[in-house]
Design a protein. Sequence first.
Length: 384
Amino acid sequence: MIISRSFPPFVVGSSILMSNLFDSYEGEAKALACWQYQTKIDSGFTTPCETFYLKMPNAFLQRVFDRFQHKLMFINRLFIRKHLKKHRPDLVFFVYPNAPFLVAAYQVCRSMRIPYVLQMHDLWEENYSIEHPRGALARKWEAQIYKNALRRFSMTKIQQAHYKNKYNLPIDILPHTIRPERIESGLADWKHRQKLGQSSKNYTVVYTGNISSAMNLDAIRQLVLAVDLLPPEVKVKMFVNFNEEQCRNLGVYHELIEYDWLPISKVQEEMREADVLFLPLSFKNAAMDEVKTVYATKTLDYLVSGTPILVFSPSDSFHSISAKEKGWGFVVTKDSPKALADGINRLRNETDLGDSLVSAAFEEAESRNAIKYAGQINQLVNTI
């Protein structure tokens, strides 16, 4: 039984990660998730298994529940207990983020003596202040949930080291994974495009995904400033979770940037047709422990797009370290619009560099083949 607040058809990071991993899982699985008010939905983004959603009777109550879930955890517990009693799983797979749903799942599993494993997509306690309700939940429950887990999984080596130092417990890596068919089709498409060649007058830089004050807002603002330093034939597109007015309010609007939100398949098409994919993380005024340890979900689609990736993030972040070591991205670690514009111009002028980055990106994607890691989950279940 997978217990994750975010699950398909909601287009958010954890949903995509769970879909990729469990689409390749050969054992029997079911999932418990929350319905989410005003979160983007893609009808083509289907669940990898039978899924039961905790859903309020109307939009108003759903909005209230989403906002005050930390005070309404008894509803989470009732929902989770009902389905665990009905389906009697051998193992529960906990997914963080979302503290109230995770804590409720832990409480129910402990009372019913059902073993669980824990996968952390993000840091928890480090991302909230002492005054924040989810920070209070972390201080009370994080250590207990970690210590009582049958197995614990981190997403990156840096995140793994962080939690090993914190709890002195064994922690394995279960990384972001990619479906094998995505790797194969992406590689075939890239090779086909190489044979045809490209002759567009414009050069397009694309960013997709969320804009987050905790993770990348200041870095995206630098891209906006870099627009004025780029040649007029360089175009920038953003496929983000905010409309133009919201982008203005966030300080990430430029009249020369094209803004839109598209279904996953359409965004993937835009990635393939782009010349550079922008992968930013914050340099300042953000959740810097998270920036250091995280692996952005959009990176998965970037790796199999056949388009060079420009990584714009601090030098000690996992993104920068991994991209430099394995060569799957061109890394800019100086926090300035000029450095960013110079990086884009270099990729534009050095075709061989772009081809090298794409080739390494497909190697990185293959190392994250979902079949491999889904098989490990299957072996874990079979040993219980």
